[in-house]
Design a protein around this ligand. Structure first.
Ligand code: PEP
Ligand code: MG
Length: 543
């Protein structure tokens, strides 16, 4: 038996066979190639395929985003044919006996570093294009973006790290647990694992992943442990623990229909966070009183083109109908930073978390934003729907959102389409939004505090970077002061306030949030009933 330790970020015990997820770059063969002629032929063939892909992408981008954005793709097509780039690849293949994928990766790296070092900002920006082109070639040459070893039995996924797109694309039928070498507590991949209610261990001291495939495994998400080929005693102990979890879950089920109210009569709304319609059933099973955060951007990830109005309308309508008159809060696409897909053609940025993400990207691509707002307005006719905007820093942004929404609404009405009523909210995810809460409250009907980002931006700690995980103190006094300030500002202005970041499920802060005066907590479906139990056991009048 081998034991590896990490940080347990989603509770539970699971057993399965190891399936390894390899990223495309890990699949590049660095050994000497046998036949350079063959490698050159593979490369030219991949170039042809890449050009076809880019030509198709050019068309959809031009149609769905605009001429200017499509030009970026044209630049990438030109790079595929760039003489210097091709010479560099040829040299690596013929003189250094590199495999085609290794040559494309290495030449791409050299050229992108070269461009990144230039003074001219236009040329510097080309660095990302070269990197993109080379990634595309590597993907085509290695046969996939990331490759998961397929298993048709319960499995434990091992990976270096997971992006939100990769998490979405996992085969979930037999997935029992996730263990990664990297990862952070508030990363979107972990949030998705929690939503699936699977044990998850991050920052694990894993061995070479190639040596793990097909071994039997047990994962302890409570203690943050992975056991490879667990011995009999360990298996017995973990099975007993698993049984305990199971009976605790059964007990919690009794709370499904009960009100969320403290012993001394203070009630609070308990909503669920979902990534899409697939999570609605879990939300209902766990007694959600509404959907407090529909992370709509997940409709855009793990695919090759934008979801159109009809597809989005169907997803939002399903949520509105499933909740039967209970509130569904749809967060407009919060794309950017770690939430990306190649077709989105996001620009290369030095600090993407401080860059064109969330509402900023929606403003930069108004057609995308308009399409989404149209779908939301139409779905609002089927239930009680609210919309909220991510990454807000100013009142002017909220005014702009409201103006655009109004335009969309009257356009739909002119077209004779049925639209519903919407209420509007602002996510409070930046210190600027928190401190300007009094002003922002003039523009919206509610606030929802995104503590994952509010923590990252208040403490200056990248939520994606495990190296600085120790500084991510989610109980930091600065954060708690901002949370108190926000709810007071909301109430003074006569609007309600909730929390939808992962902190909302922190049992050590439940009483604090109620005492602060929060009106709603929105958590992943798997955390709902436990939180309801905690609240029902609280007495706010007791110290
Ligand atoms: C947050 O930032 O707390 C939040 C709820 O949004 P996301 O985690 O999707 O960035
Ligand atoms: Mg956020």
């Amino acid at each position: 038996m081998d034991i590896f330790t990490g940080k347990g970020v989603s509770h539970g015990i699971a057993f399965g066979i190891v399936s390894v997820l390899q990223s495309a770059s890990a699949l590049v063969d660095e050994s000497p190639a046998e036949n350079p002629e063959d490698e050159w032929a593979f490369f030219t063939n991949a170039k042809k395929q890449a050009d076809e892909e880019l030509a198709a992408l050019f068309e959809t981008t031009r149609r769905e985003i605009g001429e200017k954005e499509a030009m970026i793709i044209d630049v990438q097509r030109m790079m595929l044919d760039d003489g210097d780039f091709n010479d560099a690849v040829a040299d690596l293949i013929h003189n250094s006996r590199k495999h085609a994928a290794a040559a494309a990766a290495q030449a791409g790296k050299q050229f992108s570093e070269f461009f990144a070092g230039l003074d001219d900002p236009y040329m510097r920006a080309r660095s990302a294009d070269v990197a993109d082109v080379s990634k595309r070639l590597v993907r085509l040459l290695t046969g996939g973006q990331s490759v998961q070893q397929e298993l048709h039995q319960p499995y434990v996924l091992l990976a270096e790290d997971l992006s939100p797109s990769e998490t979405l694309q996992l085969d979930k039928t037999f997935l029992k647990a996730i263990v990664t070498r990297g990862g952070t507590e508030n990363s979107h991949a972990v949030i998705l694992a929690r939503a699936l209610n699977l044990p998850c261990v991050i920052q694990a001291n894993l061995p070479d992943l190639n040596s793990c495939g097909n071994r039997t495994a047990a994962v302890d998400g409570d203690e943050g442990r992975l056991y490879l080929e667990p011995d009999e005693d360990t298996t017995k102990r973990l099975r007993a623990l698993q049984e305990k979890h199971h009976s605790a879950a059964l007990q919690l089920e009794a709370l499904r229909e009960l009100p969320t109210v403290t012993k001394d009569g203070r009630s609070i709304r308990l909503f669920a966070n979902i990534a899409g319609p697939d999570d609605l059933e879990k939300a209902a099973q766990n007694g959600a009183e509404g959907i407090g955060l529909f992370r709509s951007e997940f409709l855009y990830l793990g695919r090759d083109s934008y979801p159109d109005e009809e597809e989005q309308f169907e997803a939002y309508r399903k949520a509105a109908e499933a909740m039967q008159g209970r509130t569904v809060i749809i967060r407009t696409a919060d794309i950017g930073a770690d939430k990306t897909a190649p077709y989105l053609q996001l620009p290369h940025e030095e600090n993407p978390a401080l860059g064109l993400r969330g509402i900023r990207l929606c403003f930069a691509r108004p057609e995308i934003f308009k399409t989404q707002l149209r779908a939301i307005y139409r779905a609002a006719a089927y239930g009680s729907v609210a919309v909220m905007f991510p990454m807000i820093i100013s009142r002017a942004e909220l005014r702009r959102c409201r103006e655009l929404a109004e335009k969309v609404r009257s356009e739909l009405e002119r077209e004779g389409k049925t639209v519903g009523q919407l209420s509007f909210g602002a996510m409070i995810e930046t210190p600027a939004a928190a401190l300007a809460a009094g002003d922002l409250a003039q523009e919206v009907d509610f606030f929802s505090v995104g503590t994952n980002d509010l923590t990252q931006y208040t403490l200056a700690v990248d939520r994606q970077n495990s190296e600085v995980g120790q500084y991510c103190d989610s109980h930091h006094p600065a954060l708690l002061k901002l949370l108190q300030f926000v709810v007071e500002a909301a109430h003074q202005a006569g609007i309600w306030a909730g929390i939808c970041g992962e902190l909302a499920a922190d049992p050590d802060l439940t009483k604090t949030f109620l005492q602060m005066g929060y009106d709603e907590l929105s958590v992943s479906p798997g955390s709902l009933l436990k939180l309801r139990q905690n609240i029902r056991n609280l007495n706010l009048s007791e110290e």
